[in-house]
Design a protein around this ligand. Structure first.
Ligand code: PGA
Length: 251
């Protein structure tokens, strides 16, 4: 049985710990632990510890939105993968377009992926094209490049540990989700790219997510029609009811 990943990316929200706790608890209270569904929440770093304390029944798995690529040392303002692991995080988003827009390039992203795999954390590598690239039909080229550079020198045995999140930039936070039929084409292309670049024979082990304006009405279609293994959800993960509806649609 293949797992379905429902991953909430809270981004830089909410603005107080009490709101974060309320949101987290209202989700934790209602969901059940299911073998088939991995419910992950990636809050801002500062909420990770307090939320871990509230995680009754460990029904929610905690993830982080980023990491630094060194373990420790004189790196003011950074949070390392070792620290995230110590707090109980299992997943870490890397290469989100909002981080790439603030300086994360493919080389930095690659370093982050290496340290995460070393620490036995699961990287969620975000890839996707801009509106302009889509119009110029450069989508395939762009995502192939991001996979190739992001996973440069990752040992073959670790490749299936990386989760790929296809997040077209034009679909993020715009209420204009990418149609499931396009996501299907891309998900097939991502698997083919893994075979072509890394010589993987079996690519069905690679988990692929879709993200970009996912809501309770369209969530299921991506898993059923685009055959992705789950969803990376921004704004709909900040509304408990909406997020719960998405989770329950897979029960
Ligand atoms: P969105 O964000 O669901 O608000 O479009 C998705 C993301 O950026 O991961």
């Amino acid at each position: 049985m293949k797992k379905i990943f429902i991953i909430g990316n809270w981004k830089c929200n909410p603005t107080s710990l009490s709101e974060a706790k309320n949101l987290f608890l209202s989700i934790n209270k209602k969901i059940k632990k299911k073998r088939k569904i991995e419910t992950v929440i990636c809050p801002p770093f500062v909420y990770l510890y307090p939320l871990a304390q509230l995680n009754r029944g460990h029904k929610i798995v905690l993830g982080a939105q980023d990491t630094f690529f060194e373990e420790k040392g004189a790196f003011t303002g950074q949070v390392s993968a070792v620290m995230l692991k110590d707090l109980g995080c299992k997943y870490v988003i890397v290469g989100h377009s909002e981080k790439r827009a603030h300086g994360d390039n493919d080389e930095i992203i690659n370093k982050k992926i290496h340290i995460l795999l070393k620490e036995n954390l699961t990287p969620i590598l975000c890839i996707g094209e801009t509106k302009e690239e889509r119009e110029k039909k450069q989508t395939f080229e762009k995502i192939k490049y991001q996979i190739q550079e992001g996973l440069r020198k990752v040992a073959k045995k670790y490749l299936h540990k990386v989760i790929i999140a296809y997040e077209p930039i034009w679909a993020i936070g715009t209420n204009k989700p990418c149609p499931p039929e396009s996501v299907l084409t891309i998900s097939i292309f991502i698997r083919k790219t893994f075979s072509a670049l890394f010589g993987l024979k079996k690519t069905d082990k690679i988990a692929i997510l879709y993200g970009g304006s996912v809501n309770a009405d369209n969530a299921k279609r991506y898993v059923e029609e685009a055959r992705v293994n789950g969803l990376l959800i921004g704004s709909s993960s900040l509304k408990a009811e909406e997020f719960l509806k998405i989770i329950f649609s897979f029960y």
